[in-house]
Design a protein around this ligand. Structure first.
Ligand code: FES
Length: 516
């Protein structure tokens, strides 16, 4: 994720932690400082376990700090889809697990000194077109089968929208960074150690029978168990995660509306998706308007997506001002269930939680609760449903083939499409693929007029990265790695930075280089 300022990180900056400077040893090494890693670290540390959290950038500056922060079990049309793809019992298990996570968060928030802006809300899925309404009715029928307290409404209580809705009472919204800052305090209090700017190399070794991982800048970490809680696992371990997940990018803006917002949390079934929830910023009632999801590194520039959201907000609520805009990246799996459990066969001491789609608040908490149980040897019924090994049991081969065909297409497209821009013609704060010494390169001219040049070949598997003009990042269309304007990794699977280039096109040395 880029270091875009989101309302969450701007209004409650997380505490800062040092970079790892010495070798570490712990019971559990947790890679990733978002909601999964920090919730798990808190659960384990408060059970007396030695925990180390290793974050490649800053804690809570990834997807968690870029979320819309809805705490709901209403995950789009998931229940009818799970019932159709698996069976009604698996849909029930998913519901019960997400609901248990919601209740855990509600209890945790209630006990939090200073609070976390928790507010109980009704959640609404709404549909306008005939086909979306048919899908929504199917979801309602599945709610009834599951005994979920859903209600069918002929009108969604949003001004300016003609749509029927499926209401689910008893859900919530909150301030995710305040909530997790509370958990960070508890981790530190319980003796847990947190390190930032500590990106882990994509390798796993063993020493004395314990897994050993290494920070890119040198220090080693040994542990009884290693848990990959970053969005994308730092180590693939033969799990083929790159082939069975894809990253999606979406956009969020905080809007001061002209019309009063009725409360509640909303998500459209129709495409393009629209999501709304209230938030109070500097004492002013505002609405987070989100949507425009697309595969990372593909499609229109961010400015187009923000303009589409603004048009929707203007039609629905009226817009006085938009104080915040940011984007988020989520990972989608083949069957819409996350991968939580042992990383891959043959790696009993490495665990993973990934593929939470856009439901990382309850989904991330459920993942942490499950991992806590798995690590401490407690039975948990959710484990079989979300085990990464289910791929071998129930491969959705068609989707996998399509996923890999898409990767191949973008790998090729990036190589065959030659840019026609000259870096000298870039305006301030503009980035693009350019021609540099007869070769493709990436260039960004910053606000001060400095030019930042990189080789856009992704260091993961060689696809060509595209410029994201919203987050000002280089995004890979194949598996979603993201790099800043100087090529530093913001999110994997890549762990190595893009090569920086000199104005003549030759590689720069290790020192950051900028040009006018
Ligand atoms: Fe896989 Fe870029 S993320 S090639």
């Amino acid at each position: 994720m880029s270091d875009q300022m989101t309302y969450w990180t701007a209004s409650a900056p997380p505490p800062e932690f040092p970079q790892l400077r010495q070798h570490e040893d712990a019971d559990y090494a947790i890679v990733g400082g978002g909601i999964v890693g920090l919730t798990l670290a808190c659960l384990l540390a408060e059970q007396g376990q030695q925990v180390v959290v290793l974050e490649g950038n800053r804690v809570l500056h990834g997807t968690t700090g870029h979320s819309t922060a809805k705490v709901t079990v209403q995950h789009d049309l998931i229940y009818s889809e799970l019932a159709a793809h698996f069976n009604i019992e698996n849909a029930r298990l998913y519901y019960e697990t997400q609901d248990a996570a919601l209740q855990f968060m509600r209890r945790t928030a209630a006990a939090m000194p200073g609070g976390c802006e928790w507010s109980d809300e009704d959640a609404y899925l709404y549909a306008s077109s005939a086909s979306a309404t048919t899908k929504l009715m199917k979801e309602f029928e599945t709610y009834q089968q599951l005994g979920m307290p859903g209600q069918w409404l002929e009108e969604v209580p949003l001004p300016g929208l003609a749509a029927s809705a499926l209401k689910l009472p008893g859900q919530a919204q909150f301030h995710p960074v305040r909530y997790l800052n509370g958990l960070i305090a508890r981790i530190v209090q319980a003796g847990g150690r947190i390190y930032e700017q500590t990106r882990i190399d994509a390798k796993l070794e063993h020493r004395g029978g314990r897994p050993l991982i290494r920070a890119l800048h040198g220090p080693e970490i040994t542990a009884r168990q290693v848990i990959a809680c970053s969005q994308y696992p730092f180590y693939d371990g033969g799990g083929f995660y790159f082939a069975r997940m894809h990253p999606a990018h979406s956009y969020i803006m905080a809007v001061q509306p002209e019309q009063p917002f009725p409360g509640g949390m909303y998500l459209s079934v129709d495409e393009p998706k629209r999501s709304l929830r209230a938030v109070t910023i500097d004492g002013q009632p505002m609405v987070l308007v989100a949507g425009e999801s697309h595969q990372t590194g593909q499609g229109d520039p961010a400015s187009v997506h923000f303009a589409n959201l603004e048009r929707f907000a203007t039609q629905t609520l009226g817009v006085r001002q938009i104080p915040y805009r940011w984007s988020a990246q989520d990972w989608q799996t083949l069957d819409k269930l996350p991968y939580i459990g042992p990383l891959s066969p043959g790696h009993p001491d490495v665990w993973v939680a990934t593929g939470l789609r856009k439901w990382g608040m309850t989904g991330g908490t459920a993942a942490a609760l499950l991992l806590r149980d798995l690590l401490l040897g407690v039975e948990n019924r959710y484990a079989t449903l979300v085990t990464p090994a289910r791929f071998g049991i129930d491969p959705d081969l068609k989707a996998l083939v399509k996923e890999n065909a898409d990767v191949a297409k973008h790998l090729l497209a990036g190589k065959l499409t030659f840019p026609d821009r000259d870096p000298g013609h870039l305006r301030r704060q503009e980035g693009a693929a350019v021609v540099l010494a007869g070769k493709r390169a990436g260039a960004y001219r910053d606000a001060g007029g400095q030019l930042h040049l990189v080789d856009t070949t992704c260091t993961h598997m060689g696809c060509e990265c595209a410029w994201n003009d919203g987050a000002r990042t280089w995004d890979c269309p194949c598996h979603g790695s993201r790099f800043d304007a100087d090529g530093q990794v913001l999110s994997g699977p890549a762990v190595k930075p893009l090569r920086r280039l000199l104005p003549g096109g030759e590689p720069a040395d290790a020192t950051p280089v900028t040009f006018t």
